[in-house]
Structure formats: structure tokens, C-alpha cells
Design a binder for this molecule. Structure first.
Ligand code: URA
Length: 248
């Protein structure tokens, strides 16, 4: 990792400030003063600023991105579609998406460099609640609302099957509230504690409704809030602590 990025990742300075520190001769790598911002840090290198060692491990950081629809949550895409990486230009640290959102879903996407905790949060065994706001075609009947709440049979693709084979799956209980409705559309808030492929869309499809728009508004204790699509904010320490407390 570039030395300025390494210093920034430790949390003591921005990349620009780190460049200034380097130019001022305040940074040593393995005892030697380092004045080139292009120097790469290798595992095991000891970096000191003003005679004090930086922590060898990257400081872990967490971000909440308001993902717009029309981009993928992977770091690159073999179909050449835009990825969420375009919204992370100001993030100094290399962070990775926690779980995923569909190309056409917007809303809260967590990103972190804490790989261990990211995989625990994304692990379905943790049953972390995720809330979505879905705009659907038509109006839900009482029966379908009850089915969505208690468990509805959806079709899931069979892994590694080339034939497009599907299997039946009954969803776990969900919290479902109709926020607004008229004859042509309804706005429905749905909270699930599992994360099967395109689960929310499949649940509404099983009830006979098309999802017109889908936005994730919360993951556990983390709320999307009023951020603009394409913007990213750092989680507070209290939010990160709250997330950790959800893990079993
Ligand atoms: N459910 C969906 O259908 N899509 C998502 O992106 C997330 C949950």
C-alpha cells in the first residue's frame, strides 16, 4: 500500500496531510526517513511518524452508502455495468461491500475494511434484520398480507443448475406494514431477517405483485436516513458498537 494511504488508513491524517508529513521528513520507514510519497509499504514494515510507530494493522472503518439503482455492488462487473466503487472516490481506505443489493435496488449498503466482521454481518445465521421500502403495483389483500408476514412460498434458483431449475422455499416470518395504498400502487415497508437472492421481489411476486421500486432503509441498528443517492457517510462509533452487539 502507498505510504500516504497507509498513514491515512491509520486514522491520524488525511492522505493530503500524510503527503505533507512525508515531505517534511516526519515519516520513517524501518528507521530511514522517507520523503517520497510514492513509496510502498510492505507487510512487516515499521512506519513511524514523529518518532511514534503507527499501528501495523489498518484502522477498521465503516461507511454507509446510499446506493442508487442502476449499479452493481461488486467491485468490478464482467458485463461492464457501473459499480458502487464510483461513489467511493473520497474514501481513503479500501473497503468492501457487506452483502449485496440488486442492480435495480437502491438504499443502504454498508462497506468496510473489517473483513471478519463483514462476513459475520452478512451471514444469514446472524438473522440481522433488514428493512426495505417497496413500491408495488396494486393493493395487497388481507390474505396476501398475512402470508407475507407468516411465510410465503417463493421460488429460488437451484445453485449450479444450468437448466434454470427452481426450488420452493417458505420464507421466515417478516414484519410487513402498508404505508400508503391506492388502486394502482402501494408503498409497503418490509423487514426480513434472512437474505435469499432477490428475496423481497420474489415475496411480492409470489403474492402476485410487481415491485416497481425497492429501497433498503435499514440494516440492524443502522438507518439510511436522509442522505442523497450516491453519497456515503462514515458510521459513528456508537453505530459500530450497536452493530457488534447484534452478532450472536
Ligand atoms: N431483496 C431483493 O429483492 N432485492 C434486494 O436487492 C434486496 C433484497
Amino acid at each position: 500500500m502507498r505510504i500516504n494511504k497507509y498513514i491515512a488508513a491509520s486514522g491520524i491524517a488525511s492522505r493530503r496531510k500524510a503527503d505533507e508529513m512525508i515531505a517534511a521528513g516526519r515519516v520513517r520507514v524501518n528507521g530511514a526517513v522517507m520523503t517520497s510519497p510514492g513509496c510502498d509499504i510492505q507487510p512487516g514494515d515499521v512506519v513511524m511518524v514523529d518518532g511514534k510507530p503507527l499501528p501495523a494493522a489498518e484502522k477498521t472503518c465503516w461507511y454507509a452508502l446510499n446506493k442508487p439503482a442502476g449499479c452493481v455492488t461488486t467491485l468490478s462487473d464482467d458485463k461492464g455495468r457501473p459499480t458502487v466503487m464510483q461513489f467511493l472516490a473520497d474514501v481513503e481506505v479500501r473497503v468492501y461491500p457487506v452483502g449485496r443489493l440488486d442492480y435495480d435496488t437502491s438504499g443502504l449498503l454498508l462497506l468496510t475494511n473489517d473483513g471478519d466482521m463483514a462476513s459475520r454481518i452478512a451471514d444469514p445465521k446472524q438473522k440481522i434484520k433488514k428493512t426495505y421500502m417497496a413500491r408495488i403495483g396494486g393493493r395487497l389483500t388481507k390474505e396476501h398480507l398475512a402470508e407475507l408476514r407468516n411465510g410465503i412460498e417463493i421460488e429460488l434458483p437451484v445453485k449450479n443448475a444450468e437448466s434454470g431449475a427452481v426450488r420452493k422455499y417458505k420464507t421466515k416470518p417478516a414484519e410487513v406494514n402498508v404505508i400508503e395504498e391506492n388502486a394502482s400502487q402501494s408503498l409497503v415497508e418490509i423487514t426480513i431477517s434472512e437474505g435469499k437472492n432477490r428475496q423481497v421481489r420474489r415475496m411480492f411476486a409470489a403474492a402476485g405483485h410487481r415491485v416497481l421500486q425497492l429501497e433498503r432503509t435499514a440494516i440492524g441498528n443502522i438507518r439510511l436516513g436522509r442522505t442523497r443517492p450516491g453519497t456515503c457517510r462514515r458510521l459513528t462509533d456508537a453505530e459500530i458498537e450497536g452493530l457488534k452487539k447484534l452478532l450472536i
